[in-house]
Design a protein around this ligand. Structure first.
Ligand code: NDP
Length: 397
Protein backbone atom coordinates (compact mmCIF):
# COMPACT_ATOMS: atom_id res chain seq x y z
CA UNK A 1 0.00 0.00 0.00
CA UNK A 2 1.50 3.33 -1.02
CA UNK A 3 0.72 6.88 -2.08
CA UNK A 4 2.16 8.10 -5.37
CA UNK A 5 2.22 11.66 -6.75
CA UNK A 6 2.49 11.70 -10.55
CA UNK A 7 3.47 15.03 -12.18
CA UNK A 8 2.68 15.58 -15.89
CA UNK A 9 -0.62 14.87 -17.65
CA UNK A 10 0.77 14.16 -21.14
CA UNK A 11 0.86 10.88 -23.08
CA UNK A 12 3.28 9.15 -20.69
CA UNK A 13 1.43 10.42 -17.60
CA UNK A 14 -1.86 9.11 -19.03
CA UNK A 15 -0.45 5.58 -19.36
CA UNK A 16 1.34 5.57 -15.99
CA UNK A 17 -1.80 6.70 -14.15
CA UNK A 18 -3.90 4.02 -15.88
CA UNK A 19 -1.38 1.32 -14.99
CA UNK A 20 -1.04 2.48 -11.36
CA UNK A 21 -4.84 2.55 -11.06
CA UNK A 22 -4.89 -1.07 -12.27
CA UNK A 23 -2.72 -2.07 -9.25
CA UNK A 24 -4.63 -0.84 -6.17
CA UNK A 25 -2.81 -3.35 -3.95
CA UNK A 26 0.47 -1.49 -4.69
CA UNK A 27 -0.72 2.09 -5.29
CA UNK A 28 -3.56 2.64 -2.82
CA UNK A 29 -3.76 6.40 -3.42
CA UNK A 30 -2.81 8.36 -6.54
CA UNK A 31 -2.56 12.10 -7.12
CA UNK A 32 -2.05 13.42 -10.68
CA UNK A 33 -0.81 17.00 -10.87
CA UNK A 34 0.12 19.05 -13.94
CA UNK A 35 0.29 22.57 -15.30
CA UNK A 36 -3.23 22.26 -16.76
CA UNK A 37 -5.62 20.71 -14.20
CA UNK A 38 -8.37 20.05 -16.77
CA UNK A 39 -6.04 17.52 -18.48
CA UNK A 40 -5.63 15.70 -15.13
CA UNK A 41 -9.41 15.68 -14.66
CA UNK A 42 -9.98 14.26 -18.16
CA UNK A 43 -7.53 11.41 -17.44
CA UNK A 44 -9.11 10.79 -14.02
CA UNK A 45 -12.57 10.55 -15.56
CA UNK A 46 -11.49 7.54 -17.67
CA UNK A 47 -10.13 5.54 -14.71
CA UNK A 48 -11.82 2.64 -12.92
CA UNK A 49 -11.28 4.25 -9.48
CA UNK A 50 -11.10 7.81 -8.11
CA UNK A 51 -7.81 9.68 -7.87
CA UNK A 52 -6.91 13.18 -6.65
CA UNK A 53 -5.99 15.84 -9.25
CA UNK A 54 -4.12 19.12 -8.69
CA UNK A 55 -2.70 22.07 -10.60
CA UNK A 56 1.04 22.60 -10.13
CA UNK A 57 3.84 24.53 -11.79
CA UNK A 58 6.70 22.05 -11.53
CA UNK A 59 9.25 24.83 -12.11
CA UNK A 60 8.14 26.42 -8.84
CA UNK A 61 9.82 24.57 -5.96
CA UNK A 62 7.74 26.14 -3.10
CA UNK A 63 4.53 25.18 -4.99
CA UNK A 64 5.79 21.61 -5.37
CA UNK A 65 6.81 21.46 -1.71
CA UNK A 66 3.37 22.56 -0.56
CA UNK A 67 1.67 19.96 -2.82
CA UNK A 68 3.96 17.21 -1.50
CA UNK A 69 3.33 18.28 2.11
CA UNK A 70 -0.42 18.29 1.52
CA UNK A 71 -0.64 14.86 -0.22
CA UNK A 72 2.28 13.20 1.66
CA UNK A 73 3.24 10.68 -1.04
CA UNK A 74 5.81 7.88 -0.63
CA UNK A 75 7.12 8.66 -4.12
CA UNK A 76 7.03 11.47 -6.68
CA UNK A 77 6.95 10.24 -10.31
CA UNK A 78 8.13 13.00 -12.68
CA UNK A 79 6.46 12.65 -16.10
CA UNK A 80 6.60 16.34 -16.99
CA UNK A 81 9.46 17.49 -19.24
CA UNK A 82 13.23 17.10 -18.71
CA UNK A 83 13.42 20.84 -17.86
CA UNK A 84 11.57 20.17 -14.59
CA UNK A 85 13.84 17.36 -13.29
CA UNK A 86 16.06 19.44 -10.99
CA UNK A 87 13.17 21.48 -9.55
CA UNK A 88 11.27 18.33 -8.66
CA UNK A 89 14.42 16.74 -7.19
CA UNK A 90 14.92 19.89 -5.07
CA UNK A 91 11.34 19.59 -3.78
CA UNK A 92 11.89 15.89 -2.97
CA UNK A 93 15.06 16.75 -1.03
CA UNK A 94 13.24 19.42 0.94
CA UNK A 95 10.36 17.11 1.86
CA UNK A 96 12.34 13.84 2.19
CA UNK A 97 10.37 11.94 -0.48
CA UNK A 98 11.70 9.47 -3.11
CA UNK A 99 11.93 10.52 -6.79
CA UNK A 100 11.60 8.78 -10.20
CA UNK A 101 11.79 10.10 -13.78
CA UNK A 102 12.02 8.87 -17.39
CA UNK A 103 14.35 11.42 -19.02
CA UNK A 104 17.51 13.16 -17.87
CA UNK A 105 17.76 16.88 -17.20
CA UNK A 106 18.06 19.32 -20.09
CA UNK A 107 18.55 23.07 -19.65
CA UNK A 108 15.77 24.83 -21.63
CA UNK A 109 18.18 27.21 -23.39
CA UNK A 110 20.84 24.67 -24.38
CA UNK A 111 20.17 21.52 -26.47
CA UNK A 112 22.36 19.29 -24.33
CA UNK A 113 21.46 16.42 -22.06
CA UNK A 114 23.64 14.45 -19.69
CA UNK A 115 23.37 12.73 -16.32
CA UNK A 116 26.00 14.87 -14.59
CA UNK A 117 23.50 17.42 -13.26
CA UNK A 118 21.40 14.70 -11.62
CA UNK A 119 24.31 12.49 -10.50
CA UNK A 120 25.54 15.53 -8.57
CA UNK A 121 22.50 15.10 -6.28
CA UNK A 122 23.75 11.67 -5.11
CA UNK A 123 25.38 12.75 -1.83
CA UNK A 124 22.46 15.00 -0.88
CA UNK A 125 19.88 12.25 -1.53
CA UNK A 126 22.06 9.80 0.42
CA UNK A 127 22.39 12.16 3.41
CA UNK A 128 18.62 12.72 3.36
CA UNK A 129 18.08 8.91 3.31
CA UNK A 130 16.00 9.01 0.11
CA UNK A 131 16.27 7.40 -3.32
CA UNK A 132 16.11 8.75 -6.89
CA UNK A 133 15.64 6.34 -9.80
CA UNK A 134 16.61 7.95 -13.12
CA UNK A 135 15.34 7.02 -16.58
CA UNK A 136 12.57 4.51 -15.85
CA UNK A 137 10.98 4.60 -19.32
CA UNK A 138 11.77 2.27 -22.23
CA UNK A 139 14.90 3.87 -23.65
CA UNK A 140 16.31 4.82 -21.20
CA UNK A 141 14.79 2.33 -18.80
CA UNK A 142 13.91 -1.11 -20.11
CA UNK A 143 16.97 -1.05 -22.39
CA UNK A 144 19.17 -0.58 -19.27
CA UNK A 145 17.36 -3.48 -17.54
CA UNK A 146 17.69 -5.69 -20.67
CA UNK A 147 21.45 -5.02 -20.67
CA UNK A 148 21.75 -5.77 -16.94
CA UNK A 149 19.73 -8.98 -17.47
CA UNK A 150 22.09 -10.04 -20.29
CA UNK A 151 25.18 -9.25 -18.21
CA UNK A 152 23.82 -11.22 -15.26
CA UNK A 153 22.42 -14.26 -17.06
CA UNK A 154 24.07 -14.72 -20.44
CA UNK A 155 27.56 -13.17 -20.58
CA UNK A 156 30.81 -13.22 -18.67
CA UNK A 157 31.71 -10.00 -20.47
CA UNK A 158 29.66 -7.74 -22.74
CA UNK A 159 31.80 -6.20 -25.49
CA UNK A 160 29.37 -4.43 -27.81
CA UNK A 161 25.89 -3.04 -27.25
CA UNK A 162 23.54 -1.74 -29.96
CA UNK A 163 20.22 -0.38 -28.73
CA UNK A 164 17.79 -0.33 -31.66
CA UNK A 165 14.49 1.57 -31.52
CA UNK A 166 12.00 1.00 -34.33
CA UNK A 167 8.64 2.71 -34.60
CA UNK A 168 6.91 0.95 -37.47
CA UNK A 169 3.67 2.80 -36.75
CA UNK A 170 1.74 5.05 -39.11
CA UNK A 171 -0.41 8.01 -37.97
CA UNK A 172 -1.33 9.19 -41.47
CA UNK A 173 -0.22 12.80 -40.80
CA UNK A 174 2.25 14.54 -43.17
CA UNK A 175 4.56 15.38 -40.23
CA UNK A 176 4.14 14.82 -36.50
CA UNK A 177 6.20 13.57 -33.57
CA UNK A 178 5.11 10.71 -31.32
CA UNK A 179 6.07 12.49 -28.13
CA UNK A 180 6.65 16.08 -27.10
CA UNK A 181 7.78 17.71 -30.42
CA UNK A 182 10.22 20.11 -28.79
CA UNK A 183 12.07 17.34 -26.90
CA UNK A 184 11.89 14.97 -29.88
CA UNK A 185 13.26 17.43 -32.47
CA UNK A 186 16.00 18.66 -30.11
CA UNK A 187 17.11 15.04 -29.72
CA UNK A 188 16.96 14.11 -33.41
CA UNK A 189 18.76 17.22 -34.71
CA UNK A 190 21.61 16.90 -32.17
CA UNK A 191 24.98 15.41 -33.17
CA UNK A 192 25.26 11.64 -32.95
CA UNK A 193 27.64 10.15 -30.39
CA UNK A 194 28.75 6.63 -29.53
CA UNK A 195 31.22 4.99 -27.16
CA UNK A 196 34.26 3.20 -28.56
CA UNK A 197 37.48 2.12 -26.86
CA UNK A 198 37.03 4.28 -23.73
CA UNK A 199 36.04 7.43 -25.60
CA UNK A 200 33.09 9.19 -27.21
CA UNK A 201 33.04 9.49 -31.01
CA UNK A 202 30.91 12.32 -32.43
CA UNK A 203 29.06 12.14 -35.77
CA UNK A 204 27.04 14.70 -37.75
CA UNK A 205 23.27 14.49 -37.11
CA UNK A 206 21.74 11.43 -38.85
CA UNK A 207 24.87 10.93 -40.97
CA UNK A 208 25.43 7.25 -40.07
CA UNK A 209 22.85 4.65 -41.08
CA UNK A 210 22.45 0.89 -41.54
CA UNK A 211 19.64 -1.46 -42.49
CA UNK A 212 18.42 -3.76 -39.70
CA UNK A 213 16.10 -6.72 -40.23
CA UNK A 214 13.49 -6.50 -37.45
CA UNK A 215 11.74 -9.62 -36.14
CA UNK A 216 8.11 -10.78 -36.24
CA UNK A 217 7.32 -9.51 -39.73
CA UNK A 218 8.53 -5.91 -39.30
CA UNK A 219 11.34 -6.66 -41.75
CA UNK A 220 14.37 -4.64 -42.93
CA UNK A 221 14.32 -0.93 -42.09
CA UNK A 222 16.84 1.91 -42.19
CA UNK A 223 18.21 2.87 -38.77
CA UNK A 224 20.16 6.04 -37.90
CA UNK A 225 22.86 6.46 -35.27
CA UNK A 226 21.96 8.99 -32.56
CA UNK A 227 23.12 9.86 -29.09
CA UNK A 228 20.91 8.62 -26.29
CA UNK A 229 21.32 9.13 -22.57
CA UNK A 230 21.40 5.48 -21.44
CA UNK A 231 24.73 5.04 -23.23
CA UNK A 232 26.32 7.35 -20.65
CA UNK A 233 25.19 5.38 -17.61
CA UNK A 234 25.60 1.91 -19.17
CA UNK A 235 29.26 2.36 -20.13
CA UNK A 236 29.91 3.70 -16.63
CA UNK A 237 28.23 0.83 -14.80
CA UNK A 238 29.20 -2.02 -17.20
CA UNK A 239 32.85 -1.17 -17.90
CA UNK A 240 33.56 -4.24 -20.11
CA UNK A 241 31.54 -2.55 -22.89
CA UNK A 242 33.98 -1.57 -25.65
CA UNK A 243 31.45 -0.08 -28.05
CA UNK A 244 27.92 1.19 -27.32
CA UNK A 245 25.62 2.73 -29.91
CA UNK A 246 21.98 3.81 -30.17
CA UNK A 247 19.93 3.57 -33.39
CA UNK A 248 16.45 4.75 -34.35
CA UNK A 249 14.29 4.26 -37.46
CA UNK A 250 12.89 7.27 -39.32
CA UNK A 251 10.72 7.26 -42.41
CA UNK A 252 11.98 9.09 -45.51
CA UNK A 253 8.92 11.34 -45.19
CA UNK A 254 9.80 12.36 -41.60
CA UNK A 255 13.40 13.11 -42.61
CA UNK A 256 12.33 15.14 -45.66
CA UNK A 257 10.09 17.40 -43.54
CA UNK A 258 12.73 17.71 -40.83
CA UNK A 259 15.40 18.74 -43.34
CA UNK A 260 13.20 21.51 -44.74
CA UNK A 261 12.23 22.74 -41.26
CA UNK A 262 15.90 22.79 -40.27
CA UNK A 263 16.94 24.59 -43.46
CA UNK A 264 14.45 27.40 -42.86
CA UNK A 265 15.47 27.73 -39.19
CA UNK A 266 12.28 26.38 -37.62
CA UNK A 267 14.08 23.86 -35.37
CA UNK A 268 16.28 26.47 -33.69
CA UNK A 269 15.94 27.16 -29.96
CA UNK A 270 17.61 30.59 -30.28
CA UNK A 271 14.90 33.26 -29.86
CA UNK A 272 14.00 35.54 -32.78
CA UNK A 273 12.21 38.88 -32.56
CA UNK A 274 8.72 38.72 -34.11
CA UNK A 275 6.38 41.73 -33.82
CA UNK A 276 8.35 43.02 -30.81
CA UNK A 277 8.13 39.65 -29.05
CA UNK A 278 10.94 37.11 -28.60
CA UNK A 279 9.96 33.59 -29.67
CA UNK A 280 12.00 30.40 -30.04
CA UNK A 281 11.18 28.96 -33.51
CA UNK A 282 11.08 25.39 -32.14
CA UNK A 283 8.49 26.34 -29.51
CA UNK A 284 6.39 28.00 -32.21
CA UNK A 285 6.74 24.88 -34.37
CA UNK A 286 5.51 22.78 -31.42
CA UNK A 287 2.41 24.99 -31.25
CA UNK A 288 1.48 24.35 -34.90
CA UNK A 289 2.30 20.62 -35.07
CA UNK A 290 -0.32 17.99 -34.13
CA UNK A 291 -0.52 17.38 -30.38
CA UNK A 292 1.05 13.89 -29.91
CA UNK A 293 -2.01 12.94 -27.81
CA UNK A 294 -4.22 13.49 -30.88
CA UNK A 295 -2.27 10.78 -32.77
CA UNK A 296 -3.44 8.04 -30.38
CA UNK A 297 -6.66 7.08 -32.18
CA UNK A 298 -4.98 7.46 -35.61
CA UNK A 299 -1.88 5.32 -35.15
CA UNK A 300 -1.63 1.75 -36.41
CA UNK A 301 1.31 -0.67 -36.51
CA UNK A 302 3.89 -1.71 -33.93
CA UNK A 303 7.07 -0.60 -32.19
CA UNK A 304 10.08 -2.86 -31.61
CA UNK A 305 12.78 -1.76 -29.18
CA UNK A 306 15.62 -4.02 -28.18
CA UNK A 307 19.30 -4.58 -27.45
CA UNK A 308 21.70 -6.48 -29.69
CA UNK A 309 24.60 -7.57 -27.50
CA UNK A 310 27.85 -9.36 -28.27
CA UNK A 311 30.45 -10.66 -25.88
CA UNK A 312 31.88 -13.84 -24.40
CA UNK A 313 30.47 -16.67 -22.25
CA UNK A 314 32.70 -19.54 -21.04
CA UNK A 315 35.41 -18.45 -23.46
CA UNK A 316 33.10 -18.51 -26.52
CA UNK A 317 31.78 -15.57 -28.52
CA UNK A 318 28.04 -15.02 -28.19
CA UNK A 319 25.45 -12.82 -29.92
CA UNK A 320 22.19 -12.07 -28.11
CA UNK A 321 19.12 -10.01 -29.02
CA UNK A 322 16.31 -9.11 -26.62
CA UNK A 323 13.29 -7.03 -27.64
CA UNK A 324 9.70 -6.01 -26.99
CA UNK A 325 7.04 -5.49 -29.63
CA UNK A 326 4.16 -3.17 -28.75
CA UNK A 327 1.01 -2.63 -30.81
CA UNK A 328 -0.21 0.99 -31.14
CA UNK A 329 -3.90 0.12 -31.38
CA UNK A 330 -3.85 -2.26 -28.41
CA UNK A 331 -2.03 0.35 -26.30
CA UNK A 332 -4.64 2.94 -27.24
CA UNK A 333 -7.56 0.61 -26.50
CA UNK A 334 -6.19 -0.08 -23.00
CA UNK A 335 -5.02 3.38 -21.92
CA UNK A 336 -6.06 6.00 -24.48
CA UNK A 337 -2.44 6.57 -25.60
CA UNK A 338 -0.35 5.06 -28.43
CA UNK A 339 2.62 2.71 -28.07
CA UNK A 340 5.36 5.36 -27.70
CA UNK A 341 3.63 6.68 -24.57
CA UNK A 342 2.67 3.14 -23.49
CA UNK A 343 6.23 1.78 -23.71
CA UNK A 344 7.36 4.67 -21.47
CA UNK A 345 4.43 4.83 -19.01
CA UNK A 346 4.41 1.11 -18.19
CA UNK A 347 8.10 1.00 -17.13
CA UNK A 348 7.55 4.22 -15.13
CA UNK A 349 4.81 2.40 -13.21
CA UNK A 350 6.98 -0.73 -12.78
CA UNK A 351 9.92 1.37 -11.55
CA UNK A 352 7.56 3.02 -9.06
CA UNK A 353 6.39 -0.44 -7.98
CA UNK A 354 10.01 -1.57 -7.48
CA UNK A 355 10.59 1.42 -5.21
CA UNK A 356 7.44 1.43 -3.09
CA UNK A 357 7.63 -2.35 -2.50
CA UNK A 358 11.38 -2.04 -1.67
CA UNK A 359 12.24 -4.65 -4.33
CA UNK A 360 14.74 -1.95 -5.39
CA UNK A 361 16.12 0.10 -2.53
CA UNK A 362 19.03 2.45 -2.04
CA UNK A 363 19.95 5.86 -0.69
CA UNK A 364 21.18 8.29 -3.32
CA UNK A 365 20.71 8.66 -7.08
CA UNK A 366 20.62 5.51 -9.22
CA UNK A 367 20.26 4.30 -12.81
CA UNK A 368 18.20 1.24 -13.67
CA UNK A 369 21.10 -1.16 -14.38
CA UNK A 370 22.36 -0.79 -10.80
CA UNK A 371 19.53 -3.00 -9.47
CA UNK A 372 18.62 -6.69 -9.83
CA UNK A 373 16.84 -6.91 -13.23
CA UNK A 374 14.79 -10.02 -12.27
CA UNK A 375 11.74 -8.50 -10.53
CA UNK A 376 11.48 -5.76 -13.17
CA UNK A 377 11.74 -8.28 -16.04
CA UNK A 378 8.96 -10.37 -14.43
CA UNK A 379 6.67 -7.33 -14.20
CA UNK A 380 7.29 -6.39 -17.86
CA UNK A 381 5.76 -9.74 -18.86
CA UNK A 382 2.78 -9.23 -16.55
CA UNK A 383 2.03 -5.54 -17.21
CA UNK A 384 1.81 -5.42 -21.01
CA UNK A 385 5.41 -5.29 -22.30
CA UNK A 386 6.46 -8.94 -22.80
CA UNK A 387 10.01 -9.55 -24.02
CA UNK A 388 11.61 -12.15 -26.27
CA UNK A 389 15.26 -13.22 -26.31
CA UNK A 390 17.07 -14.97 -29.15
CA UNK A 391 20.65 -15.99 -29.95
CA UNK A 392 21.01 -15.05 -33.64
CA UNK A 393 23.80 -16.51 -35.76
CA UNK A 394 23.58 -14.05 -38.65
CA UNK A 395 23.20 -10.62 -37.00
CA UNK A 396 24.19 -7.70 -39.25
CA UNK A 397 25.46 -4.94 -36.93
P1 NDP B 1 3.89 15.62 -23.07
O1 NDP B 1 4.38 16.89 -23.63
O2 NDP B 1 2.78 14.87 -23.73
O3 NDP B 1 3.47 15.81 -21.55
C1 NDP B 1 4.21 16.59 -20.64
C2 NDP B 1 3.25 17.02 -19.54
O4 NDP B 1 4.00 17.76 -18.58
C3 NDP B 1 2.14 17.95 -20.06
O5 NDP B 1 0.93 17.55 -19.47
C4 NDP B 1 2.58 19.32 -19.56
O6 NDP B 1 1.53 20.19 -19.23
C5 NDP B 1 3.30 18.95 -18.28
N1 NDP B 1 4.21 20.02 -17.91
C6 NDP B 1 5.13 20.63 -18.69
N2 NDP B 1 5.74 21.59 -17.99
C7 NDP B 1 5.20 21.61 -16.76
C8 NDP B 1 5.39 22.38 -15.60
N3 NDP B 1 6.30 23.35 -15.54
N4 NDP B 1 4.63 22.12 -14.51
C9 NDP B 1 3.71 21.13 -14.54
N5 NDP B 1 3.47 20.36 -15.60
C10 NDP B 1 4.21 20.60 -16.71
O7 NDP B 1 5.17 14.66 -22.95
P2 NDP B 1 5.20 13.07 -22.88
O8 NDP B 1 4.13 12.58 -21.98
O9 NDP B 1 5.32 12.52 -24.25
O10 NDP B 1 6.64 12.83 -22.17
C11 NDP B 1 6.79 12.94 -20.77
C12 NDP B 1 8.23 12.67 -20.40
O11 NDP B 1 8.61 11.36 -20.82
C13 NDP B 1 9.24 13.62 -21.07
O12 NDP B 1 10.22 13.96 -20.13
C14 NDP B 1 9.86 12.78 -22.17
O13 NDP B 1 11.16 13.20 -22.49
C15 NDP B 1 9.86 11.42 -21.49
N6 NDP B 1 9.94 10.29 -22.43
C16 NDP B 1 10.78 9.25 -22.11
C17 NDP B 1 10.89 8.16 -22.94
C18 NDP B 1 11.70 6.98 -22.52
O14 NDP B 1 11.61 5.92 -23.16
N7 NDP B 1 12.51 7.05 -21.48
C19 NDP B 1 10.16 8.08 -24.23
C20 NDP B 1 9.21 9.18 -24.42
C21 NDP B 1 9.15 10.25 -23.56
P3 NDP B 1 0.60 20.91 -20.34
O15 NDP B 1 -0.29 19.80 -20.80
O16 NDP B 1 -0.11 21.97 -19.60
O17 NDP B 1 1.54 21.40 -21.41
Amino acid sequence: MSKVLIIGAGGVGTVAVHKCAQAPDVFSEICLASRTKSKCDAIAAALPRPIRTEQVDADNVPELVSLIKSFQPDLVVNLALPYQDLHIMDACLETGVDYLDTANYEPPDEARFCYQWQWEYHERFKERGIMALLGSGFDPGVTNVFTAHAAKNHFDEIHTLDIIDCNAGDHGQPFATNFNPEINIREVTAKGRYWENDDWVETDPLSVSEVYDFPEGLGPRKIYLMYHEELESLVKHIPTIRRARFWMTFSDNYLKHLEVLQNVGMTSIDPVLYEDKEIAPLQFLKAVLPDPASLGPLTTGRTCIGCLIKGVKDGRELTYYIYNICDHEQAYAETGAQAVSYTTGVPAMIGAMMMVTSAWRGEGVFNMEQFDPKPFMEQLNQRGLPWTEVFPTDSTL
